[in-house]
Design a protein around this ligand. Sequence first.
Ligand SMILES: Cc1ncc(COP(=O)(O)O)c(C=O)c1O
Length: 437
Amino acid sequence: MASFHTIHGSGTTHQAEPITPSELRSEFSHHDPTVARVNNGSFGSCPSSIISAQQRHQLLFLRQPDYYYFNTLKPSILESRRIIRSLINADHVDEVSIVDNVTTAAAIVLQHYTWSFFSSAFKPGDAAIILNHSYSAVKKAVRAYISRAGGHVIEVPIPFPVKSDDEIILEFQNSLQMAKANGRKIRLAVIDHITSMPSVIIPVKELVKMCRDEGVDRIFVDGAQAIGNVEINVKEIGADFYTSNLHKWLFCPPASAFLYCKMSDELSDLHHLVISHEYGNGLAMESGWVGTRDYSAQLVLPEVMEFVSRFDGGIEGIMRRNHKKVVEMAELLSEAWGTELGAVPEMCSSMVMVGMPACLGIKSDEDALKLRTHLRECFGIEVHMYYRAPMEGEVDQITAYARISHQVYNRVEDYHRFRDAVNKLVKDGLTCSLLPN
Ligand SMILES: Cc1ncc(COP(=O)(O)O)c(C=O)c1O
């Protein structure tokens, strides 16, 4: 029996109606029905009731922009920030800013540390530490903001496939020790909560604690894939900065993300990249007005909370079931293809890496992309593909992993289609070298 979830808002409390299967289908009826979408991790998904809520905000603005600007926008953003504060267990709403996406949040934090090199608070050669599997756009930002300012970047070689948190913790510890032995001062650690490719949950709390023990100055957690996917408790995690996209797993429209900055003297010195009227009024206020633009994607958090409350157990129930289902589907695929999962289920969120049959001959990133395109164009399957170069001495190893996901709109048929398509490619003797560039 599905439990009702209570909604609090506007001073009233009411019971949400459990969503019916046909209502659920209708919420995602704008998805292309010909496509099996098992890649929620790239761009997320947004139900039609949330799109309608967003359009209501857009029309309210267009109806009377002056009134909306002076009376509606700021309180609406504040309401969204309050909801996020409670979802992530931050102490204060001033610690929560809403920005476009994690790329922007990372640039805000990294730019702040560029200034520290320019002001001589940091010395040339001071270091930032990052994971080898960090998101490539964030890695590029680290290079652009830290390396160009004279900083040194250390990449931790996280293993993949991976069987335990300890393997990651050990590598991280080794990298910190090596940096210390070389006399480097580590100013910033950038740690993913869930790496994107290959997708694995990182033992972020343990790594943050290790950074603290080893005297790393500041810690920034990239949780782009985390909110709505795994639990986030910023107080328990203990980082200085934490960001997550609201548009990936929390059903918000693109583009929306939050940036949590732990209360400190430094917070007043942190600025949005786009300077506008609110400059100097704190990052949360600065982020609330970056010039005239559409802010509607940031304002639908109340409706999102109402949407998730219609599912058994609310957002926690959704996360639990997504994880359970995606592991079940990943095992179904790996058994059908005679391969293995890239990480043990406890290290997976609502995304799992499934080994692809070696006979497909996936020998490069380009091959992985060609196969991904072929699956989309010839079989109507949207799935992300990861190439893993064989280590020295490895033969007949799995060289690629599909990153499959599960979200509330998925059906078992989506995974059956993927299984059958790969089985057909194997049966037909297709290898990536035969696919067009
Ligand atoms: C770990 C990680 N970091 C950063 C990003 C960038 O997110 P966005 O493109 O929304 O800024 C992503 C997107 O997939 C991601 O998975």
